[in-house]
Design a protein around this ligand. Structure first.
Ligand code: GLU
Ligand code: ZN
Length: 293
C-alpha cells in the first residue's frame, strides 16, 4: 500500500501540545506504514496570522525529530490552484456568489444556516462576494479509524463558504484541493475537525476526487474542558525537553510507552514509537484532559 500523510498547521499562533499530538500521530502512522509524511503550512488568512510563527514551524518539528519528506508547502503560494478549482465549481453550478453580510445572515437565517437568498437573487457583479458551495440535503457517512462511524447531514450547516467576501480562500476549499493534489491517502488530525470532514467529503465528491482515510485523534483539553488552542492560551511548545513532551504525547495517545523511554534519546524514543505504533489503541473519545495521559 502506498501511504502519504501530512501535518497541516495554521500559523494563527505558536505550536502547542495539541499541535504536537497531531504532528506526532500523523508522523508515526505514516512511518509505521512505510509512508511519506508531508508538512503543509496553512497560511491562508494573513489577518489572523501571528507574525514570525510559521518561520519557526520547521525548526520546532526538527527539535522533536519529526522530519518531513519533500519540500514543505505553503498554501499562500498555491492560490492559483484554488482559484482554478473554484472556477470549475462555479462553471459546474456547484457554487454561486453571495454578497450577504454576516449581519444580514444573522438577521435572516436561523442558526446561521444560509437561506440561499443569493442563489435565487444573484448579486450584481460589482459587489464583493463570497462563493458558497451548495450543500444538498444529504447525509454524508464515513468510518473514522478512531472515532468509528460518523454521519452528518450537510443541511445542518447549509451552503458553506469556499471563498470569503474579504478576498480569502476558505480552509475547506484549500484543504480538499491540497489533500488531492498532494496525493494524501491518510489524514490523521484532531477530532475538532470531525464535522468539517463531511463537508470535505462532499467537495471531494463534487470534484471527483478520492476520499482519503480519516483518523481523528482526541483533542487535549485544559482542566476547564476547553480544547488547547491559541484562544485558550495554550503554552507554546518547549523544545528544550523533546523526550519528556514526546513521552507525554505517546501516553496521551494510549501507546503505553515504558517508563524507561524517559531516559532514552529522542531518536530511540521515536524508533520505539514507530515500531509499536497502534492507531487502534487510541480510545475513541473526542477529547480528554491533558493530565489523564
Ligand atoms: N490547518 C488546520 C488547523 O491547524 C488543520 C487542517 C487539517 O489537518 O486538515 O487546525
Ligand atoms: Zn447571499
Amino acid at each position: 500500500m502506498s501511504y502519504i500523510g501530512r501535518f497541516a498547521p495554521s500559523p494563527t499562533g505558536p505550536l502547542h501540545f495539541g499541535s504536537l499530538l497531531a504532528a506526532l500521530a500523523s508522523f508515526l502512522d505514516a512511518r509505521a506504514n512505510q509512508g511519506q509524511w508531508l508538512l503543509r503550512i496553512e497560511d491562508l488568512d494573513p489577518p489572523r496570522e501571528q507574525p514570525g510563527v510559521k518561520e519557526e514551524f520547521p525548526e520546532i518539528l526538527e527539535a522533536f525529530g519529526l522530519y518531513w519528506d519533500d519540500e514543505l508547502s505553503l498554501q499562500s503560494e498555491r492560490l492559483d490552484l484554488y482559484q482554478n478549482v473554484l472556477d470549475q465549481l462555479q462553471q459546474q453550478h456547484h457554487a454561486y456568489p453571495c454578497s450577504c453580510s454576516r449581519k444580514q445572515i444573522m438577521e435572516r437565517c436561523e442558526n446561521m444556516v444560509y437561506d440561499r437568498h443569493c442563489l435565487y437573487h444573484p448579486p450584481a457583479a460589482d459587489q464583493n462576494c463570497a462563493i458558497r458551495i451548495k450543500a444538498e440535503d444529504s447525509l454524508i457517512s464515513f468510518r473514522d479509524i478512531i472515532q468509528g462511524p460518523h454521519a452528518y447531514n450537510l443541511k445542518q450547516s447549509g451552503d458553506f463558504v469556499a471563498y470569503r467576501r474579504d478576498g480569502l480562500f476558505a480552509y475547506q476549499l484549500a484543504v480538499v484541493v491540497d489533500d488531492y493534489l498532494q496525493g494524501i491517502t491518510h489524514v490523521v488530525r484532531g477530532s475538532d475537525l470531525l464535522d468539517e470532514t463531511a463537508r470535505q467529503i462532499h467537495l471531494q465528491q463534487l470534484l471527483g476526487y478520492p476520499t482519503p482515510a480519516y483518523a481523528h485523534i482526541p483533542v487535549a483539553t485544559n482542566s476547564e474542558g476547553q480544547k488547547l488552542s491559541k484562544q485558550t492560551y495554550a503554552p507554546a511548545l518547549d523544545t528544550t525537553e523533546p523526550v519528556k513532551l514526546l513521552y507525554q504525547a505517546l501516553q496521551f495517545l494510549d501507546q503505553q510507552p515504558p517508563a524507561g523511554l524517559l531516559h532514552a534519546s529522542r531518536d530511540e524514543l521515536l524508533q520505539w514509537a514507530i515500531a509499536h505504533w497502534n492507531l487502534r489503541q487510541i480510545r475513541n473519545t473526542p477529547g480528554k484532559p491533558l493530565s489523564e495521559g
